[in-house]
Design a protein. Structure first.
Length: 247
C-alpha cells in the first residue's frame, strides 16, 4: 500500500517531519512518500495562502496518479483543495482536519482544538460546520504562534501549545484535544503526557484512516459531484491541462 502525504506548503523541513510522524504509525507494508509543491507559500495561515496552495496540492495528486498511489493525505489543517483533489482520483483523499475530528469524536463526546493563530481557528470553525462536528467541539484555542515557529523555535512552540492545552483541560469540560496544524505532527505523545488527556493529531489519524479505506477496498465515489473533471480548454499558464478528462 502506497500513501502519498502532501504538505501543501513549500517548507521541506516540515514535510520531512510530517513524513517521519506518518512512518511511525504506519503498518508494516505501508509505504509513505511525503512531498510538497515547489511553488507556493512557505506556510499556510490564511484563506489567501490556502487558495494558492491548493494548486500545488492538485499538481501533486496528478503526479501521484502516474505513480499509482493508493491513498492521499492533505497535511494542512485547512484541508486546502480537498474536494478538487477527490475529483481527480478514485483513491481515498483525506484531509487532516476531517481525520482529526472523526478520531476525536470516537474517543470523546466533546473536544477542543488548539491551533497556531486565531485567524486560522476561524477557518477551523468553518470546517467543523462543513463536516458536521460543531456540536462536538467545545472551543477553538490558539497558542498565537506563527506556523514556522514550529520549525524555527520548537521548544518555545511546545511550551505555548502545552499551556493552551492545559487551559483547555481546566476550562472547557472536554475529553480530548485536537491539534490544529500539520506542523504539530511530532508533538502528540509529548503533549498528551504533559496534560493527561488524549491528544489527536490529524496526520497520524489520517494514515490509519487511509490504511483502513484501502484495506476495505473503498475509494472515492465517482457518482455525483466527485466525478472526474470534464475535459475542457484551459488558457495561459494552465494550457497544459486542456482537454485532459480523467478516468
Amino acid at each position: 500500500m502506497h500513501i502519498r502525504l502532501i504538505n501543501p506548503n513549500t517548507t521541506a523541513s516540515m514535510t520531512e517531519k510530517i513524513g517521519m510522524a506518518a512512518h511511525r504509525v504506519a503498518a508494516n507494508g505501508t509505504l509513505i512518500s511525503a512531498v510538497n509543491p515547489s511553488d507556493g507559500p512557505v506556510s499556510i495561515e490564511s484563506h489567501y495562502d490556502e487558495a494558492y496552495s491548493a494548486i500545488g496540492v492538485l499538481e501533486e495528486i496528478r503526479k501521484g496518479e502516474s505513480d499509482k498511489v493508493d491513498a492521499y493525505i492533505i497535511a494542512c489543517f485547512g484541508d486546502p483543495g480537498l474536494l478538487a483533489a477527490r475529483e481527480m482520483t478514485r483513491a481515498p483523499v483525506i484531509g487532516i482536519a476531517e481525520a482529526g475530528f472523526h478520531m476525536a469524536g470516537i474517543i470523546s463526546t466533546r473536544f477542543s482544538i488548539v491551533t497556531t493563530l486565531m485567524r486560522t481557528g476561524i477557518i477551523a470553525q468553518h470546517l467543523l460546520d462543513q463536516y458536521g462536528f460543531s456540536q462536538h467541539c467545545r472551543r477553538i484555542r490558539a497558542a498565537e504562534i506563527p506556523v514556522l515557529t514550529l520549525e524555527e523555535d520548537p521548544d518555545a512552540a511546545f511550551r505555548l501549545i502545552v499551556e493552551e492545552c492545559l487551559r483547555a483541560k481546566a476550562e472547557d469540560n472536554i475529553g480530548a484535544i485536537v491539534l490544529g496544524c500539520g506542523g504539530m505532527a511530532d508533538l502528540t505523545d509529548r503533549i498528551s503526557q504533559a496534560i493527561g488527556l488524549p491528544v489527536i493529531e490529524g496526520v497520524t489519524a489520517a494514515v490509519k484512516l487511509a490504511e483502513a479505506l484501502v484495506g476495505l477496498g473503498i475509494g472515492t465515489s465517482k457518482h455525483g459531484d466527485l466525478a472526474f473533471p470534464i475535459g475542457k480548454a484551459f488558457t495561459g499558464k494552465f494550457s497544459h491541462l486542456s482537454h485532459q478528462p480523467m478516468q
